[in-house]
Design a protein around this ligand. Structure first.
Ligand code: NAD
Length: 533
C-alpha cells in the first residue's frame, strides 16, 4: 500500500437484512501532486465480490443472446458519452493520477474511441460463422468455425493508465457477448468511479458490467470467484498469483504484465527525431508506462552526439501538477517513487553517470526529476528490472548486433523500437527483437494502432488483445461439421471385417498424396460400409 493509499478507520456498512451493520474497510486517497486528502474509498469483501459475479452470471444469457447489432448499438454509445463527458473525465483522471490533462485526454480517453471503432467494425466479420475447406477424404461433409462467449470475465486493472486499461478490456469482452466483473486499482479510486459512471451512462442491462472497488484482497476474491476467465493487467508478482488462482479451476487467463522496453538507435538514425522520441517515450506519464523506453542502446559512432541532444531536450521538460500545464507530472504511486530512487542510486553506485536530474524534487507530492543516465551496464538493477519512472538509461553498444543481443537479454519482452533511416534494416532488426510489439522510428504510439495485437512474451505476459486478437481473446471457439445425412452408414463405422487392406490403401493415399490410392481405398471401404442384412 502506498502513501497515496493508506488505511483509514473502518466506516459502518449498510445494515444487512438482520439489521446488523458490519464495518466496511476504507482506503484513504492522497493527491500525488500535493499530498492533500482526496477522500476515503470502500473495499469490497469476498461476499460482495461473489454477489457481483452472481449478478453478472444471471445477466449473461440475455446479453449473449442479444443480437450482435444490439450489442454494437449499446457499446457505440460509449463514444457519445465520451464526447459529452470527456473533458470532465480527463480532469478527474489528472486529479487522481497527477498526469497532465493533455495525456489524460489523448492517451486515456482518446484511445478508447479509436480501439472501440475497430471492434465495432470487425466484430461482425470475426464473429460470424465461417465455412472452411474440407478434404476429399471427408466426402459429403462441410466444416464451420464459430466463436461463442466464454461467460463471466473477471477483469483486474492497474493504476498507470487506469481509465484505458479498464475500459478497453471491458469493451473487448462485452462485444462478443460476455458479461464482466471489473476490479480497478485501489491507487486510483477516483478513476474507478469515472469508469463506473461511463458504463452506467450507456444504459447496459443490469449485471452486464459489475464493478467492485477495493485493493488486492478484492482482486484476490475475484480470482477465487466463479468467473469463466481472468484478464489481468499489472505487475509480474501479482500476475503469478492470478495465474495460480486460475489454475485451481482451471480457467483461461490473460496476463498483461511489465516490460523493460529497448530503444535501439542506429548510426543512420534521424538523431533529432530519435532524441525527441527518447525523451517523450521515457518520460510520458512520468515513465509509468508498460510500453515505454526503459533502456536506450546507442551505437558507439553516434553515442556522444545523441546523448548531448537528449540532455538538451530533457533539460527543457517542465515538471508540475495538472494545473501547471507541465509536460510531466508526479509519480502516481508513492511506492513507485521508492523503486525509482533505489534504481538510480544503485546504478550511480555501480558506475553510471547522472547527466541530468537523478533525484526527488524538493516540493510536496511525489515528484522525481526527469533523469538521464549514461554508462548503464547489464549488471545493474536498472538494466534488468522495470523502473517505471522518469529515467532514461543509456547503454553504449559497439553495433546493432550487440544492441539486439542485449535488448533480448531480458526477463521481459513487451515492446521495443528501432531507429534507422533504412526501413528494410529497421524491419530486419524489428523481427529479431523478442517482444510483442516493435516500432520502427516511432515509440509507444503503436499501442494506439487499433489493428495491431498487443501483449508480451516471457514475463511480460500471456495472450494478446487489441485488433482482432482483442475480440477473440474473450471467445471460445467451436468447430461444426455437417453431413447431409443421406447415407445410412460411414466407411469408418462398424463392421471392421474385411476393411484392413482398404484402410492400408487409404493410408498410403494420405501419406503419399496419391489420388489413386485414396480413391481405391475409399471405394473399397465404402463397399464394406453397410452391415449385411
Ligand atoms: P499490481 O500488480 O500491483 O496491481 C494490479 C491490480 O491487481 C490492482 O487492481 C490490484 O489491486 C490488483 N491485485 C493486487 N493483488 C492482487 C491479488 N493477490 N490478486 C488479484 N488482484 C490483485 O500492478 P500495478 O502496480 O497496479 O501496475 C503496474 C504494473 O502493471 C507494472 O508492472 C506495469 O508494467 C504493468 N502494466 C502492464 C501493462 C500491459 O498492458 N502489459 C499495462 C499497464 C501496466
Amino acid at each position: 500500500m502506498s502513501a497515496s493509499q493508506t488505511s483509514a478507520p473502518s466506516s459502518p456498512r449498510p445494515a444487512g437484512p438482520d439489521g446488523a451493520a458490519s464495518p466496511r474497510r476504507l482506503l484513504e486517497k492522497l493527491s500525488p501532486v500535493s499530498g492533500a486528502r482526496l477522500g476515503d474509498f470502500p473495499v469490497a469483501d469476498e461476499a460482495e465480490v461473489r454477489a457481483a459475479v452472481a449478478r453478472a452470471r444471471a445477466a449473461f444469457p440475455d446479453w449473449r443472446d442479444t443480437p450482435l447489432a444490439g450489442r454494437i448499438e449499446v457499446l457505440g454509445r460509449v463514444k457519445q458519452v465520451l464526447a459529452e463527458q470527456g473533458e470532465h473525465y480527463a480532469r478527474k483522471i489528472s486529479e487522481d493520477t497527477g498526469k497532465p490533462t493533455f495525456e489524460a485526454t489523448m492517451m486515456e480517453i482518446g484511445a478508447v474511441p479509436l480501439l472501440l471503432d475497430y471492434m465495432l467494425r470487425r466484430a461482425p466479420v470475426l464473429l460470424r460463422r465461417q465455412k472452411v475447406s474440407t478434404p476429399i477424404v471427408l466426402p459429403g461433409k462441410s466444416g464451420f468455425i464459430e466463436h461463442f462467449p466464454r461467460g463471466v470475465i473477471g477483469i483486474i486493472s492497474p493504476w498507470n493508465f487506469p481509465f484505458q486499461l479498464a475500459v478497453v478490456p471491458v469493451l473487448s469482452a462485452l462485444i462478443g457477448g460476455n458479461t464482466v466483473v471489473l476490479k480497478q486499482s485501489e491507487i486510483t479510486p477516483i478513476v474507478a468511479g469515472v469508469v463506473e459512471d461511463l458504463f452506467r451512462r450507456i444504459g447496459l442491462p443490469a449485471g452486464v458490467v459489475e464493478i467492485v472497488h477495493g485493493d488486492g484482497s478484492t482482486g484476490a476474491a475475484l480470482t477465487r470467484a466463479e468467473v469463466d476467465m481472468l484478464f489481468f493487467t499489472g505487475s509480474v508478482a501479482t500476475g503469478r498469483k492470478v495465474m495460480a488462482a486460475a489454475a485451481q479451476r482451471p480457467i483461461p487467463v490473460e496476463l498483461e504484465l511489465g516490460g523493460k522496453d529497448a530503444m535501439i538507435v542506429c548510426a543512420d538514425a534521424n538523431l533529432e527525431r530519435a532524441a525527441e522520441a527518447a525523451v517523450w517515450g521515457g518520460l510520458v506519464n512520468c515513465g509509468q508506462a508498460c510500453v515505454s523506453v526503459e533502456r536506450i542502446f546507442v551505437v558507439d559512432a553516434i553515442h556522444d552526439r545523441f546523448v548531448e541532444k537528449v540532455r538538451e531536450k530533457v533539460s527543457r521538460v517542465t515538471v508540475g501538477g495538472p494545473d501547471e500545464q507541465a509536460d510531466m507530472g508526479p509519480l502516481t504511486s508513492s511506492a513507485q517513487l521508492g523503486i525509482v530512487e533505489r534504481h538510480v542510486n544503485a546504478a550511480v553506485a555501480a558506475g553510471a553517470k547522472v547527466v541530468f536530474g537523478g533525484e526527488k524534487l524538493q516540493r510536496p507530492g511525489q515528484f522525481f526529476a526527469p533523469t538521464l543516465l549514461t554508462g548503464v551496464t547489464p549488471e545493474m538493477e536498472i538494466f534488468r528490472e522495470e523502473t517505471f519512472g522518469p529515467v532514461l538509461p543509456v547503454i553504449r553498444v559497439r553495433d546493432e548486433d550487440e544492441a539486439v543481443r542485449l535488448a533480448n537479454a531480458s526477463e521481459f519482452g513487451l515492446a521495443g523500437s528501432v531507429w534507422t533511416q533504412d526501413i528494410d534494416k529497421g524491419l530486419r532488426l524489428a523481427s529479431r527483437m523478442e517482444c510483442g510489439q516493435v516500432s520502427v522510428n516511432d515509440v509507444i504510439q503503436s499501442v494506439g494502432h487499433p489493428a495491431l495485437p498487443f501483449g508480451g512474451v516471457r514475463s511480460s505476459g500471456i495472450g494478446r488483445y487489441h485488433g482482432d486478437a482483442g475480440i477473440l481473446a474473450f471467445m471460445n471457439t467451436r468447430g461444426i461439421m455437417v453431413d447431409r445425412g443421406f447415407l445410412n452408414s460411414e466407411p469408418l463405422w462398424f463392421p471392421y471385417a474385411g476393411k484392413v487392406s482398404h484402410g492400408f490403401e487409404l493410408l498410403k493415399g494420405l501419406t503419399t498424396r496419391s489420388l489413386g490410392s485414396l480413391v481405391k481405398g475409399f471405394l473399397g471401404l465404402a463397399k464394406k460400409r453397410a452391415r449385411p442384412k
